[in-house]
Design a protein around this ligand. Structure first.
Ligand code: ATP
Ligand code: MG
Length: 327
C-alpha cells in the first residue's frame, strides 16, 4: 500500500477563462481523514471530480491509491468509493437490490459476503428487503456508505456527507464515519461547510477559497496560528473604525455588514473597555470567539465561511435540504 493515499502537484482546473481549482498541492497519508473546508464555489467538488477521473485535469499531476489519475484511470476507479452530496439510491429497490446493482456496476463477482457484513455493520440486516423509499434519512445515509464500501476501496471521497441533515442524524453519521474509518482502514477525503465537522473528523484540514489552498494543517495547528480572540459587536448607532481602533487592546477592526469584528489580544481584558467605549452607541449584540477553525477561516480569507461572498441564496443546497426533509 502506498504511503500517500492521495497526492497532487499543481492540480488545476480551468473552465473557459475561469480557474475553478488553482495549483493545489495535496498530500493525504494512507489511513488518514483529510478535510476540504470552503464556501460555495470554492472548488471542492471539482477537486473530487478530477481525483476520481470524472473531470479532466487541466494542468498538474495527481495520484490516488498509488495510481496516476491520468495514466491509469481504471485502477483509480477500482480503488475509490464516492459518497456524493446528491442522493444516489434507487428508491424502488430494497437495500439488498441496491447492493446487487452496485455490484453489477462494479462488475463484482464475490460480493454477497461483503454485502452481508456491511448490512450487519450498519445495522440494516433486518430491513434489507424493505424498499429504500421506506427508509429514514439516517438509514439511507448508512446504505449510501455501504454501497461506497462494497468493492473494498482504499480511498473514499465524501462530498458534504452531512448536508441537509438534522443535527442528531449528523452526529450519528460522524460516529459512523469514524467507525468505518477505523473498521475498514480506509483513507477518507471529505468536503464540508461545517467547521465542527472538520474539527471533529479530520486529521488534516485544508481551507480552500476561490480554488486555492489558503491554509492547511491539523485543526490544532490551524487554530494555534490565530493568536487573537475576536469580539463581534453590533450597535444601534453607526460607529467608525477610528473609534474602535482607539480602544486599548483592539489590534484591528473590520466591518462585516452591520457588525464590527474586533481582533483583540485577550477578550477577557478587552471586553470591559469595548463595553465602556460603546456605551452610548447602543450595543445590540456582542459575541466573543476564541480561536476555532471559523476564526482561522476569517483570518485567512477576510470573510466568514457561512457568509456567501456574493450574498446569494444557495438554491442547490436549499433544494437538497428540501428533498431530504420530504424523505
Ligand atoms: N462544468 C462546469 N462549467 C463551468 N464552471 C463550473 C463547472 N463546474 C463547476 N464550475 C464552477 O467552478 C467553481 C467551483 O465549483 P465546485 O462545484 O467545485 O465548488 P464547491 O466548492 O464544491 O462548492 P459547493 O460548496 O457549493 O458544493 C464554481 O464557481 C462553479 O460555478
Ligand atoms: Mg461541492
Amino acid at each position: 500500500m502506498p504511503t500517500e493515499a492521495i497526492r497532487t502537484h499543481g492540480l488545476t482546473k480551468v473552465y473557459g477563462t475561469f480557474t475553478a481549482v488553482d495549483h493545489v498541492d495535496l498530500s493525504v497519508p494512507t489511513g488518514s481523514v483529510f478535510g476540504l473546508l470552503g464556501p460555495n464555489g470554492a472548488g471542492k467538488t471539482t477537486i473530487i471530480k478530477m481525483l476520481t477521473g470524472l473531470s479532466d485535469i487541466t494542468e498538474g499531476d495527481a495520484s490516488v491509491a498509488g495510481f496516476d489519475v491520468r495514466r491509469d484511470p481504471m485502477h483509480v476507479k477500482r480503488n475509490v468509493g464516492w459518497v456524493a452530496a446528491e442522493v444516489i439510491l434507487d428508491d424502488d429497490l430494497s437495500a439488498w437490490e441496491n447492493l446487487w446493482l452496485q455490484a453489477k456496476l462494479q462488475r463484482l463477482t464475490d460480493w454477497k459476503g461483503r454485502a452481508d457484513a456491511l448490512l450487519g455493520y450498519f445495522e440494516l440486516t433486518d430491513r434489507r428487503k424493505d424498499k429504500v423509499s421506506k427508509y429514514s434519512t439516517g438509514m439511507r445515509k448508512k446504505l449510501e456508505i455501504a454501497l461506497a464500501l462494497l468493492h473494498q476501496p482504499q480511498v473514499i471521497f465524501m462530498d458534504e456527507p452531512t448536508i441537509g441533515l438534522d443535527p442528531n442524524t449528523r452526529r450519528m453519521l460522524w460516529e459512523l464515519i469514524e467507525g468505518a474509518h477505523k473498521e475498514f482502514g480506509i483513507s477518507i477525503l471529505l468536503t464540508s461547510h461545517y467547521i465542527e465537522e472538520a474539527d471533529r473528523l479530520c486529521d488534516t484540514v485544508a481551507i480552500i477559497d476561490h480554488g486555492k489552498f489558503v491554509a492547511c494543517g491539523t485543526p490544532d495547528e490551524l487554530k494555534s496560528k490565530v493568536r487573537a480572540d475576536l469580539i463581534e459587536v453590533e450597535t444601534g448607532e453607526s460607529v467608525d473604525a477610528a473609534k474602535l481602533q482607539a480602544i486599548p487592546g483592539v489590534v484591528e477592526a473590520r466591518s462585516q455588514g452591520k457588525t464590527w469584528i474586533l481582533r483583540v489580544g485577550s477578550a477577557e481584558e478587552a471586553l470591559p473597555k469595548v463595553l465602556a467605549a460603546l456605551r452610548s452607541d447602543g450595543i445590540r449584540r456582542i459575541n466573543v470567539e476564541k480561536p476555532s477553525l471559523e476564526t482561522v477561516f476569517l483570518e485567512t480569507t477576510g470573510h466568514r465561511l457561512g457568509a456567501s461572498t456574493e450574498g446569494n441564496v444557495d438554491y442547490r443546497k436549499f433544494y437538497a435540504q428540501m428533498r431530504r426533509a420530504r424523505q
